[in-house]
Design a protein around this ligand. Sequence first.
Ligand code: NAD
Length: 412
Amino acid sequence: MDVAIIGFGTRGQYYAYLFKKRNVNVVAVCDSDLQKLQIAKNKYSVAGDRLFADEKEFFGKGKMADLLVVSTQDADHYGHAVQGLEIGYDLLLEKPIASDLKECIEIRDMSIQLNRKIFVCHVLRYAPFFTSLKKELESGKFGKVVTINMTENVSYWHQAHSYVRGSWRSAENSTPMIIAKCCHDLDIIVWLTNSDCEYVSSYGDLSYYKRENAPEGSADYCYDCRYIADCPYSADKIYIKDRAEKGRLNWPCNAVVPSPTTETLKAALKRGQYGKCVFKCDNDVVDHQVVNMRFINGATASLTMTAFGDHSRVIFVHCEKGELYGYLEENKIHCDIFGKEHYTIDTNSSKDVFSGHGGGDERMIEDVINATEGAQSSTLTSVAVSVQSHIIGFNAEKSRLDNGRSIKLSEQ
Ligand SMILES: NC(=O)c1ccc[n+]([C@@H]2O[C@H](COP(=O)([O-])OP(=O)(O)OC[C@H]3O[C@@H](n4cnc5c(N)ncnc54)[C@H](O)[C@@H]3O)[C@@H](O)[C@H]2O)c1
């Protein structure tokens, strides 16, 4: 099996690494940034005539591999997915499927008409924490899921990196926060409730990362600012002190510069986008949002997304005969069947890999290889199932913009 990749940024390069680790060759790469093409050539030995800076030339060559990875930015997914499908590729498509709901549905329908596989990168379905939770629910011991409470604690620095300074700071240029960050969480909720959603409503705002909250006398860029040593959002702290100086030069440093070193990072931060004061950026996406859902099978769920928390997800699943709860980073599921002894499932087995979305990234790639090579017929994250989370997310955003109006999804 071999793969072609369009969008060789942080995700595209990570997938190249995961495929190569499993002896799957990266045979063609398209990225508009020449530095990224150089990385493809040096690290993955992609031949010179298979490196493309222009997407027209890339698609013009026709199908060059068994699978096309679409890991460009959100707003480009639709165009790249459609062109890939048209010339015969199956796709590993980064989430979100597309940057508006109509386009998501079109991509789903195209995959059916053309009989092409699309694997959506909803990697959390592969994290041992969530697969164990799903298995426990399927045992039947807990009865039917009645309600789910989930919190996505984005974390202050991750919010600053991606949603205040970074590529997802503008809903219009990328996607609304509830899709960009939380289509994963909505997808997990759909998977665990085992039902489609009927009603959704949502509230949320951008409350903190605004000019009016800038400390008095603060500068536009961290390296000019008197608060650089103490501010939790100091670019020097986030990228240099906490990461580069500790030898941690992968994400998020490689989103600032393609081949980060302490020196290249400092140079890029001085006057660059990631060195800007978080209170003085052109961001408009929310920093907190709640979504309420009612499912066709009667289950209810609520999702809270907040910038102001620790970096992880917390979930409570309340069922007719018991409850399960846990914190993704702890990798333990706490289980109570009513009237019985409490027990804990530890998913933190030492032979497992747990980096990259709680181990989900690696396992998804394994499943995609198996499904492409014919060892299995499907994966957990086909576009047909993944679209449901996007239907909820885009409608949650519609509701948020309409003061929390409840929206009936079957009327869409
Ligand atoms: N599955 C997950 O959990 C997860 C996590 C992070 C990001 N993502 C998604 O992955 C996608 C990529 O994110 P990223 O962090 O790698 O972004 P990135 O900005 O690092 O990478 C995007 C790349 O696309 C290139 N590009 C832009 N226009 C292009 C064009 N017309 N043709 C070819 N290349 C072009 C850019 O130069 C860049 O290298 C996004 O949609 C993001 O939402 C998913």
